[in-house]
Design a protein around this ligand. Structure first.
Ligand code: ATP
Length: 297
């Protein structure tokens, strides 16, 4: 018997980053939107914990105990006094180290899949708790839709959205390490007063209304200068998408995936064609959000 869970990627429509705290983490005001790029996580009973992975970038995914999917299975098994004896197979479509929370998605997916396979009957709150222990972005992967995350991003408030937003994502030739991007952020802001991160009322209003023009006018990503500093060629991808008529162009999370908002599905296809022809990225995907979080197939 196997259980498969489908989990979406995210884009941060706002990522406000505070100064580094004494513990090294940063306070965030993080507005997540789940979008229609998915990993599928399948768990099957096995003699011992084992991970396999297929899809673009699979070679970069660790297959040992550091994989977030493995850590999720171990965390749930420990709580319920059992051994995590499962084969976890990850069919990857979310870019690896792409700023779209691919690893977090696999963590949330494995957690939900193991919960179903083992019949643990953990409550939603308990699952969210384990997610928060696994990483700042993992609770959102479970919940999906749109949400504001504060603290390290893990304290979530669900947001209502008034419509579907059309996006184009441009995948880069290589990944960026999230900790390295935060270190670069710290270096770039070293001599400035970093404001306390707060969610933008205009942005929350644009999401609630489902208004793409208002959303385009209010998106922001404080990690973008750091990502561009480490990966300057991303500026060419952003320019190519803007020139093709995107309402706005931004780096997704810590990057290097770039995100382009379009007014409708046809406009998104047009931006995607121009980006593909620009030669400034590895691959281009058209999708929409919000979509629901991790769910059993
Ligand atoms: P985020 O947007 O949450 O900052 P990301 O999308 O930039 O993350 P991930 O794809 O989650 O990046 O990968 C970051 C690193 O995490 C990888 O380089 C890899 O070493 C490690 N990792 C652990 N588990 C996984 C997993 N299941 N899938 C991909 N990477 C994983």
């Amino acid at each position: 018997m196997s259980v498969t869970v489908r989990v979406p990627a995210k884009v941060n429509v706002q990522l406000a980053v505070g100064a580094a705290r004494p513990d090294g983490f940063h306070d965030l005001a993080n507005v997540f939107l789940a979008v229609g790029l998915f990993d599928e996580v399948t768990v099957t009973p096995a003699a011992e914990l084992r991970i396999t992975c297929e899809g673009p970038g699979a070679a970069q995914v660790p297959l040992d105990g550091t994989n977030l999917a493995a850590r999720a299975a171990v965390a749930l098994a420990e709580r319920y006094g059992r051994t995590p004896d499962v084969h976890i197979h990850i069919a990857k479509d979310i870019p690896v180290a792409g700023g779209m929370a691919g690893g977090s998605a696999d963590g949330a997916g494995a957690l939900l899949a193991c919960d179903a396979l083992w019949g643990t009957g953990a409550s939603h709150v308990e699952l969210l708790d384990i997610c928060a222990e696994l990483g700042s972005d993992v609770p959102f992967s479970l919940v999906g839709g749109a949400a504001l995350g504060i603290g390290r991003g893990e304290k979530l408030t669900v947001l209502e959205t008034g419509g579907t937003f059309h996006w184009v994502f441009a995948m880069a030739e290589r990944g960026l390490s999230t900790p390295a991007v935060f270190r670069e952020f710290d270096r770039l802001v070293a001599d400035s007063d970093v404001p306390v991160p707060v969610a933008s009322p205009e942005l929350l209003d644009a999401l609630a209304k489902g208004d793409p023009d208002a959303l385009a006018a209010s998106v922001s990503n404080d990690l973008q200068p750091a990502a561009l500093s480490l990966f300057p060629a991303l500026a060419d991808t952003l320019d190519a998408g803007r020139a093709a008529g995107a309402l706005t162009a931004l780096v997704s999370g810590s990057g290097p995936t770039t995100a382009f908002l379009a007014r409708d599905a046809e406009a998104a296809r047009q931006v995607a064609r121009a980006l593909s022809a620009s030669g400034t990225c590895r691959a281009v995907r058209v999708t929409a959000g919000p979509v629901q979080g991790a769910r059993l197939l």
